[in-house]
Design a binder for this molecule. Structure first.
Ligand SMILES: [Cu+2]
Length: 339
């Protein structure tokens, strides 16, 4: 077979590999919910079944040869094999056709996954111990892990991902998409969800104590429902009091991952009823929890460490604006009134 014969053969591998290969084992994979997830599964399944076939052929050959050429008499030798060009050509050429097919299928899907369409909607994803925050630059909305990532169906969405502390990895199994969140660097991934629904988000990079709780959900809405949601969300945030804004920041800035507001001890102390209380510090001194102490806790958390806790809090210096710090203080204050 010449190159002229092989090229049309390769071109005939369908762009959407899933159309060509019906043996994809859907039952052992997560739901396939993005425009390229079927292709990822099919590429995987094709490689898998080819491997199964070769495995069986090789094991069968091993068993057959072991039996056919077993030593029958003491001192018996088999005649030496001097080589067989036709056979050697066949076992090099046929597998290399499979390798080329793996490459073409994999490369096409990889390029699909790497290159977001030009009209993609942008969302920023920021990982931190142990929260994902989702920022919609055009819509002016910020969401936390607890809110989830809200996106329209049948619309390409491009995520620009980073981390403020350690390595995390943003993983949506149903969309077959996963990218590292790296401090001081942006990575990106994109997807187009095929239909409305809720899908898991995981952090796929071990990142400390509460790594396993660094989960969230993608809420895929019909495009019209998404537009309505954006309008509702903006109206609701416009009418928020400072304490309510603080409550929102408390979620989107990841405070809620380490601080409860109901008295439960997490990685950090609960902030319920904290305001105005005398706090015992590790160096034996005490401090009153007031506006200045809270501000200092945010800007340089290492300055005063609460007794019984590890210095795990990340500094928020430069990440929170003045009015955001004030809103957070108002929220922490408001936790006293609720009692
Ligand atoms: Cu993580």
């Amino acid at each position: 077979m010449t190159a002229a014969a092989i090229l049309p053969l390769l071109a005939s591998i369908p762009a959407h590999a899933s159309d060509a290969f019906p043996l994809t084992p859907r039952w052992w994979l997560p739901e396939s919910a993005s425009t390229f997830s079927d292709d990822v599964d099919t590429t995987f399944a094709f490689i898998y079944w080819v491997d199964v076939a070769f495995f069986l052929m090789i094991v069968a050959a091993i068993l057959y040869f072991a039996f056919a050429y077993r030593r029958r008499k003491e001192g018996q030798r088999t005649s030496p094999v001097r080589g067989n060009h036709a056979l050697e050509f066949a076992w090099s050429f046929i597998p290399s056709l499979f390798l080329i097919a793996f490459f073409v299928m994999g490369f096409r899907t990889y390029m699909d996954m790497q290159i977001p369409p030009a009209d993609s909607m942008d969302i920023r994803v920021t990982g931190q111990k142990w929260n994902w925050s989702f920022e919609y630059p055009k819509q002016g909305i910020t969401l936390s892990s607890a809110d989830g990532l809200v996106v329209p169906a049948n619309t390409p969405v491009r995520l620009t991902i980073t981390s403020v502390d350690v390595l995390h990895s943003f993983f949506i199994p149903a969309f077959r998409t996963k990218k590292d969140a790296v401090p001081n660097r942006y990575t990106s991934e994109w997807f187009e969800a095929k239909h409305p629904g809720d899908y898991h988000i995981f952090c796929a990079e071990y990142c400390g104590d509460d790594h396993s709780r660094m989960t969230s959900t993608v809420h895929v809405l019909e495009p019209a429902a998404f537009t309505a949601w954006v309008a509702d969300h903006k109206a609701a945030s416009a009418s928020m009091s400072p304490a309510e804004r603080g409550q929102n920041l408390f979620k989107t800035q990841g405070c809620a991952a380490c601080h409860s507001v109901d008295g439960t001890r997490l990685v950090g102390p609960s902030l319920k009823g904290k305001y105005g209380v005398e706090e015992q510090l590790t160096d034996g001194t005490t401090v009153t929890v007031d506006d200045n102490y809270i501000r200092e806790s945010l800007e340089s958390p290492g300055a005063k460490i609460v007794a019984g806790f590890a210095p795990q809090m990340p500094p928020y210096q430069g990440r929170l604006k003045d009015d955001e710090i004030s809103a957070l203080i108002d929220f922490i204050k408001s936790l006293n009134e609720e009692e």
